[in-house]
Design a protein around this ligand. Structure first.
Ligand SMILES: [Zn+2]
Length: 205
């Protein structure tokens, strides 16, 4: 069976010193680098959150505090407003220096529309297709292995969209960490993914 590895948002701003830090993020680097060296994957895809400076998901652009629930039109945004993060071309948007990026075959940049956020590597929150499903299907990929940040946001939505697109989806827990903006977000995300037939494994092997 042809398998793809998808690395979600391994960017400085989501690591411990970044603008939107995920607790324990750097712990996922060694297991991810191990996966990146394996021959098991027909393709390796990395997503990159890639926002214009005035992105509508930033609390600063609404004169609000980060992590304030967003009560407006949820079509294009998520349920929370975030600190400014992953601004195009900044160091915060770069891949973490400890990640071995040489084996990335494709980089999907998401969240580029100033009015629309993108939690999934497959599509923007308003449904705009980012081309990932067609790329994977073109390579006859049947299964995707998911790692990265953040487990309860972008990894979660990528997993569910992967299932919707018809792939077998496997999430590797030792290679993914969550924000937990609300208590139990990670726990709830894992339960929901299992419900949707995502295979949740502690480690790859
Ligand atoms: Zn973002």
């Amino acid at each position: 069976m042809s398998v793809a590895l998808i690395c979600v948002d391994l960017q400085n701003d989501f690591y411990e010193d970044g603008a939107l830090p995920v607790p324990g993020a750097s712990k996922i680097n060694p297991p991810i680098n191990k996966l990146l060296k394996k021959d098991d994957f027909k393709t390796i895809v990395a997503s990159q959150d890639w926002h214009p400076k005035k992105h509508a998901s930033f609390a600063s652009n609404h004169n609000k505090e980060p992590f304030t629930p967003y009560k407006g039109d949820l079509e294009g945004l998520g349920e929370l407003l975030w600190p400014d993060h992953c601004i195009q071309g900044t160091e915060g948007a770069d891949f973490h220096q400890d990640i071995d990026t040489d084996n990335f075959d494709l980089i999907i940049r998401k969240g580029q529309d100033p009015e629309v956020d993108s939690y999934s590597a497959f599509r923007d929150n308003d449904g705009t297709d980012l081309g990932l499903a067609a790329y994977l299907k073109g390579l006859d990929i049947k299964k995707i292995v998911l790692v990265g940040l953040a487990l309860d946001v972008c990894v979660f939505y990528t997993a569910l969209d992967g299932i919707k697109a018809g792939f077998n989806v496997e999430l590797i827990l030792e290679a993914s960490k969550g924000v937990n903006a609300e208590e139990n977000d990670v726990e709830n995300a894992i339960a929901k993914m299992k419900e949707e037939a995502v295979k949740v494994k502690e480690r790859y092997i």
